[in-house]
Design a protein around this ligand. Structure first.
Ligand SMILES: N[C@@H](CCC(=O)N[C@@H](CS)C(=O)NCC(=O)O)C(=O)O
Length: 217
């Protein structure tokens, strides 16, 4: 008997959901995707995860995984055809992703929504975020990807956040971060990234299941 597919509650533009979808897509493990409106979250999501952030993955066993990095690990543990997981890189990978999710994400939000954080100017917040980005730029001077000559977990976990940062002022970003910009654009142009940015209509209870990734893509 076939087990039902895991259910992924997702939001297309959320960087955490993007990283989860990247790992799910590369793993080849299909899921039923439920696109969520953050302003009107479905009860089914609130029931399985009281903290009600996306992404959330509900396995056939009813186990709930509600942290994006844990979803990435789960997917890659099913299958990791591009070897994103590399135990020799795990410590440095955790460190880099940890910095992204803590300090950098905070500075990024302040920079992106500077009109809501008027204690400082946008350029102040941008300079704070740059501490992390400078580190990435430096790594990419000597390595094609952040930790290896091929993409690994940290590239894919960090990419959606660099993308968000770059979009605030793309002209400035491209000049300031040539290596990081090249790295980002190469990954954004990949079929994999394009697949994870497919559009899904907002799910509501009773809707038919929609499989991610789409077979045609
Ligand atoms: N630590 C969580 C963070 C997820 C998160 O904050 N997602 C945002 C959307 S990008 C969210 O769901 N926010 C709740 C809301 O907007 O109501 C993870 O890594 O999955």
């Amino acid at each position: 008997m076939c087990l039902p597919l895991p259910v992924l509650y997702s939001f297309r533009r959320c960087p955490y959901a993007m990283r989860a979808r990247l790992a799910i897509a590369v793993s080849g493990q299909p899921v039923n995707l439920r696109e969520v409106s953050l302003r009107d979250k479905p009860d089914d999501l609130l029931w399985v995860s009281a903290k009600a952030t996306v992404p959330v993955l509900v396995l056939a066993s009813a186990q709930v995984i509600d942290e994006s990095l844990d979803i990435m690990y789960w997917a890659l543990q099913q299958q990791d055809p591009q070897r994103w997981l590399d135990s020799t890189l795990q410590a440095v990978s955790n460190e880099l992703i940890g910095q992204c999710d803590a300090e950098f994400k905070t500075h990024l939000d302040h920079y992106k929504y500077a009109d809501r954080f008027v204690q400082h100017t946008p350029l102040y917040y941008r300079a704070q975020a740059q501490v992390f980005l400078d580190q990435l730029e430096q790594r990419l001077q000597t390595s094609r990807y952040l930790l290896a000559p091929r993409p690994t977990l940290s590239d894919m976990a960090i990419l959606p956040f660099v993308r968000q940062f770059s979009a605030v002022d793309m002209d400035w970003f491209s000049v300031e971060y040539p290596a990081l910009g090249g790295w980002m654009n190469g990954l954004l142009e990949s079929i994999l990234f394009q697949n994870v940015m497919d559009r899904y209509v907002v799910w509501k209870a009773g809707d038919e299941d929609v499989v991610f990734p789409r077979l045609s893509s």
